[in-house]
Design a binder for this molecule. Structure first.
Ligand code: HBI
Ligand code: FE
Length: 284
């Protein structure tokens, strides 16, 4: 039953992190599926349809294989239904959150194999572009990849590293690794470069830009290079980092990052799109 203050069918306003006490101390909350409107479901259906139609040749195989495991396409899925499949596949679960949450609880959820999914959906006037993650970005972009066992293990390892980075004051540098892998990562498959990052996969325009355009730089993933590289949040990325496999990503992030953070302390940040001497953008 909805708290009376929210009315019969309106969702709590975006940015309400209390929701009458429904948000827990770990920032998770009930999805409150009943309060989505017909317009909300329609927005999801139209976003899904448009994005699913342009994946071939641009999205990585793992994503294309697992997208159907989200279940219904014509309305916002119930998180519980996705969890029945996801937990069996990789022992991950999705949990609802009211929006962006602070770094430490975010890392802590990932370390516990719980992926925070924003429960509200964008308004029709935000259809093509939204800065903050919403339920479409989080479900469509992120959740299919969590069905891949190796990638799923990487995300947990990232969360564990995040807790440590937070203690060391290196959370901002480590956040760049999330950005350039989980959000905007590219992978080299036999047929060419493909997207595995959720920010690319859930974006109407960035898929083509990231995978086909001659404009952005594509560099092999190097942890130090990626964590030195600033990023843009309001335009297509000017550089992407390419991996060869999810096993490579998992293995790269096995060592303790403390020496990396020490090195980062002495090296200047790199502007998005800048090439260093000796570097070259990878061919597609
Ligand atoms: N909260 N809901 C949500 N989703 C995110 O992707 C997210 C967040 N809080 C923090 C955060 N990301 C960043 O610190 C990561 O980029 C590391
Ligand atoms: Fe995201």
């Amino acid at each position: 039953v909805m708290p009376a203050v929210y009315g019969q069918s309106d969702r709590p306003p975006r940015g309400d992190y209390s929701r009458g006490g429904a948000v827990l101390s770990d920032y998770t909350c009930p999805q409150d599926w009943a309060s989505y409107t017909a317009a909300d479901h329609d927005t999801y259906r139209r976003l899904y349809e448009r994005q699913a139609a342009q994946l071939a040749g641009l999205a990585c195989d793992a994503f294309i294989a697992s997208l159907p495991l989200l279940g219904v396409k014509d309305r916002i899925p119930r998180f519980d239904e996705i969890n029945e499949r996801l937990y069996k596949a990789t022992r991950w679960e999705i949990v609802a959150v009211p929006g962006l949450i602070p770094e430490l609880p975010f890392f802590t959820l990932l370390a516990n194999r719980k992926f925070p999914v924003t429960d509200w959906i964008r308004k029709p006037e935000e259809f093509d572009y939204i800065v903050e993650p919403d339920v479409f970005h989080d479900l469509f972009g992120h959740v299919p990849m969590l069905f891949d066992p190796t990638f799923a293990d990487y995300v947990q390892r990232y969360g564990q590293g995040g807790i440590k980075a937070h203690e060391l004051g290196a959370g901002e540098k480590l956040a760049r690794l999330y950005w350039y892998t989980v959000e905007f990562g590219l992978i080299r498959q036999a047929e060419g470069v493909r997207a595995y990052g959720a920010g690319i996969l859930s974006s109407v325009g960035e898929l083509q830009h990231a995978v086909r355009s001659a404009e952005p730089l594509r560099l092999p993933l190097d942890l130090l290079r990626a964590m030195r590289t600033r990023y843009k949040i309001d335009t297509y990325q000017a550089n992407y980092f390419v991996i060869d496999s999810f096993a490579q990503l998992f293995d790269l992030t096995a060592p303790d990052f403390t020496p990396l953070y020490q090195a980062l302390g002495t090296q200047a940040d790199i502007e998005p799109g800048a090439l260093l001497p000796g570097e070259a953008s990878l061919s597609l």
